[in-house]
Design a protein around this ligand. Structure first.
Ligand code: MG
Length: 272
């Protein structure tokens, strides 16, 4: 199924999403995932069950990030052509880092360029949503058993601070630096590979297949869960293809994969 998370009448809602003549629509309530504790608590305290609502186009909804992760695990340098474009060494094993949950940004939101950086890049990425608690996964796992679904993300990165700091926490972790959404889908065939495209102001800047990953998804999950227990709702950003570049105020970024809709955000200066 496909679903989104959105605000309606000041309540967090989950909606089932369907394709109607090429446009995504929210057609009715969807189950609340176990990890969205705030939503579950609010529903329990209200003493009311899940109420219905009229179908609406996804584009008209007040969308929220479709995930409530305890952590966001990211993979650096997972496409050969991106490793080359930044002049880095090919990694011998998956290179992992975190973004904080405070960096999450709703679809259609505003990425704020921090005054501390003079170069902030977009990085369109396929993201995976974890469906159950897992650790020490071994190769040969059944991905459908572990992954709740796929979504889109922009791993927004302050490239100058990434170099200057010597590690990536600040460069990758500013507020608004993780736009994610608009939907989660379990209907895509990850093994067959997905075509991902990122455009800025309507011009295509990144275009690749996830078949070009240096480390495929089972290898990533083995490496990640050898280090950390993954919880339901955790988000994995799988790396970006070549074509990254700097953003300036007023830019409009769009990341897309067929079947996942389009993740958009705009770019504005920091509010001081
Ligand atoms: Mg990245």
């Amino acid at each position: 199924m496909k679903y989104c998370r959105f605000l309606l009448d000041n309540q967090i809602r989950y909606g089932a999403v369907d394709d109607r003549d090429g446009e995504l629509w929210i057609t009715g309530p969807a189950p609340i995932p176990e990890d969205d504790l705030a939503c579950r608590l609010a529903r329990a305290q209200s003493g009311q069950g899940e109420s219905g609502f009229d179908p609406m186009p996804l584009s008209k909804a007040d969308l929220l990030p479709p995930v409530t992760p305890s952590k966001i695990v990211c993979v650096g340098r997972n496409y050969r052509d991106h490793v080359r474009e930044l002049g880095n060494e090919m990694p011998a094993e998956p290179l992992l880092f975190f973004k904080p949950p405070s960096s999450l940004l709703a679809p259609g939101g505003v990425v704020r360029l921090p005054g501390a950086s003079s170069r902030v890049d977009f990085e369109g990425e396929l993201a995976l949503v974890i469906g159950r608690r897992v650790r020490n996964l071994k190769p040969g796992m059944n991905l459908r058993d572990i992954i709740r679904g796929c979504t889109l993300a922009d791993d927004v990165s302050a490239r100058d601070l990434q170099k200057k700091d010597g590690q990536w926490t600040r460069a990758k972790g500013f507020d608004t630096f993780c736009p994610v959404g608009p939907i989660v889908s379990d209907e895509l065939d990850l093994e067959a590979g997905l075509n991902i495209e990122t455009s800025v102001n309507g011009e295509v800047r990144q275009h690749a297949s996830t078949l070009d990953f240096i480390f495929p998804i089972p290898t990533l999950l083995s490496a990640i869960t050898a280090a950390f227990t993954l919880e339901p709702g955790d988000l994995i950003l799988t790396g970006t293809p070549s074509g990254v570049g700097p953003l300036v105020p007023g830019d409009r970024v769009e990341v897309s994969i067929s079947g996942l809709g389009r993740l958009t955000h705009i770019v504005m200066p920091e509010i001081v």
